[in-house]
Design a protein around this ligand. Structure first.
Ligand SMILES: [Zn+2]
Length: 570
């Protein structure tokens, strides 16, 4: 009998013990209180998190992870300490290449969809660490400009999940060297946390010296600075509700505050000229954004880097970008991007970020013409080209990522910028402006999945269902255009015509421009070529055609080497 019972117990435990479902729980709510001690590169956290069981089974064990340079101190439920085992867990989701994992045994099983609140405490240091990059062969001197997160007395900037797990996460191991594994794990995490609420109170005890540093965690942050002489502490509160695509990030430095609503501008001493380029670029950028997206009203913040080579980073409406150089072009497009966010909130990443990057390209066009804008967009093409090629080549194995729901940055930023650009080329400025004017972000997700399509179709009075299907609702890879045939001919009265047939070898259709070159000039027309189809049109010319070029770069294509067709003399 005794033996039987032991067997029973073992059977009962086996599923849980064998398979720790690390992604079973989503952290639906964070309420964290963080104390920074920059002299020691240290932080200490106390707070509450709410875990929701998003798996299909009851769960009794949860794996909570923080950066490997931090340590778990306490985990309590309803005021009572709960059992946990702390262990290192290798994962490139953190800059150190590892996590400190607390395997927590919950007092009771949590049923699917049910939640449990945990009081947590952890502390440790966050020094500069490029381990995960150096390990895959990136030279250290280079890696530190990308992996710049650290707490230090002179400059502190720490990004969240995907960079430094300074707040708890629940993820499977991610590996930088394994193709897309890291990005898949991070994208999955972000998708799970999209609706989560995040509250952060950040404080600095014992600010040294005669000056008080600025603490930042977002553009809308509420800050309190204690009266000088009484208490040297400062405190700032931030909230993201819901989190959306934001990566919670905090920054601390002795900034010079040159804010002018709605822009909060924080530069470092010695970077006055670079900061001035931002101040000077604000009015023209605001005027441009207002014309397209309405008046920017919410605050935006741009903060300087101590290392001028640090890669820029955006957390909501807080942009970290170096002001060491005077680059008025860059300052202009950075401001345009953030001002679009200020004017047009949306919980749809491809709308929120896509429109901001699209606006950057339009601003380039205003300053340098269409070609300058297309060159600028061209820099985005490489970001998603390879994954789209895989989707085109093996759609069964790589079903792709529909733009409407993706959490892949290269898609909701770079591909989305192109999609908005193509929509503008097809529908015209006035129709896109009207659609944007009517767009309401509130209750975004209660609206029909084709909400944006409906707005643009109504404004443009044109059916764009096929385009949204190929580019937004599905991921069908990219088009591949070439000139299938040309046929020059002349009327009895001597008027020159050319009949052009274009073929699209790809699985996504588009309206594409093509240019006919003739002696003494060129003429550009547009034509809709659906997926795996041809389209024919005829064009009247003032001279004899010698060349046809399809696509000026405004439609992202998988192959741009087959776009020129030379017409030999008859
Ligand atoms: Zn953005």
């Amino acid at each position: 009998m005794k033996l039987f019972c032991v067997v029973c117990v073992l059977c009962g435990l086996a599923p849980g013990a064998l398979a720790l479902e690390r992604e079973a729980f989503t952290i639906s709510k964070y309420d964290l209180e963080i104390r920074l001690e920059p002299e020691q590169q240290r932080l200490g956290t106390r707070g509450k998190i709410t875990l929701r069981n998003d798996s299909a089974h009851p769960q009794k064990v949860v794996a909570l992870q923080i950066s490997s340079s931090l340590n778990w101190r306490s985990i309590r439920i309803d005021g009572k300490a709960v059992q946990f085992v702390s262990q290192p867990y290798a994962s490139d989701i953190d800059h150190t290449g590892a996590l400190s994992e607390a395997i927590v045994t919950l007092p009771v099983e949590i049923k699917p969809k049910d939640s449990v609140e945990l009081e947590i405490g952890y502390e440790g240091v966050i020094p500069l660490d490029a381990t995960r990059l150096v390990r895959i062969g990136v030279p250290e001197s280079f890696a530190k400009h990308t992996s710049w997160d650290q707490i230090s007395p002179s400059f502190t900037a720490v990004r969240g999940a995907g960079y430094v797990a300074w707040y708890p996460i629940t993820t499977e191991s991610a590996d930088f060297s394994e193709g897309n594994s890291l990005f898949e794990v991070v994208d999955r995490w972000k998708a799970r946390e999209m609706r989560s609420e995040f509250k952060l109170a950040l404080s600095l005890q014992d600010a040294r010296g005669g000056t008080t540093p600025t603490l930042l965690c977002g553009a809308e942050a509420q800050g309190y600075s204690a009266e000088a002489g009484k208490d040297r502490g400062i405190r700032v509160e931030c909230g993201w509700s819901p989190l959306g695509t934001v990566t919670p990030t905090f920054v601390m430095a002795e900034y010079v505050d040159e804010s002018k609503a709605p822009l909060k501008l924080f530069s470092l001493p010695g970077h006055e000229a670079g900061a001035a380029t931002y101040s000077n670029a604000l009015d023209p950028a605001t005027k441009f954004v207002s014309g397209w997206f309405g008046k920017p009203s919410a605050s935006i913040a741009i903060a300087d880097f101590a290392d001028p080579q640090s890669a820029p980073f955006e957390s909501g409406t807080l942009l970290l970008a170096s002001m060491a150089a005077e680059d008025s072009k860059l300052a202009g497009i950075n401001l345009v991007h953030e001002l679009v966010h200020s004017a047009l909130p949306s919980s749809r990443p491809w709308v929120y970020e896509g429109l901001a990057h699209f606006a950057e390209a339009m601003y380039r066009q205003e300053q340098g013409g269409r070609q300058a804008a297309l060159d600028f967009l061209g820099l985005h093409r490489a970001a998603f080209l390879d994954s789209e090629k895989e989707v085109s080549a093996t759609p069964q194995k790589n079903p792709g990522q529909p733009l409407a729901i993706t959490f892949d940055e290269t898609y909701y930023r770079s591909k989305a910028a192109y999609v908005w650009w193509m929509l503008r080329d097809m529908a015209g400025d006035d129709a896109i402006k009207e659609a944007i004017r009517k767009y309401r972000a509130e209750d975004d997700n209660d609206k029909a999945p084709n909400y944006v399509e409906q707005l643009i179709e109504a404004a443009a009075k044109r059916d764009l269902g096929w385009f949204f299907d190929d580019w937004v609702y599905q991921d069908r890879g990219l088009p591949d255009f070439h000139v299938q045939s040309v046929h020059p001919w002349k009327t009895e009265k001597g008027v020159q015509f050319i009949t052009v047939t274009l073929e699209n070898l790809g699985n996504a259709g588009a309206e594409v421009p093509f240019t006919i070159f003739f002696e003494g000039g060129e003429i550009t027309k547009r034509i809709e070529v659906r997926a795996k189809a041809t389209a024919t049109t005829r064009v009247e010319l003032p001279g004899i055609a010698n060349k046809v070029v399809v696509n000026d770069g405004s439609v992202p294509e998988s192959d741009l080497t087959n776009n020129v067709f030379k017409i030999s003399a008859p």
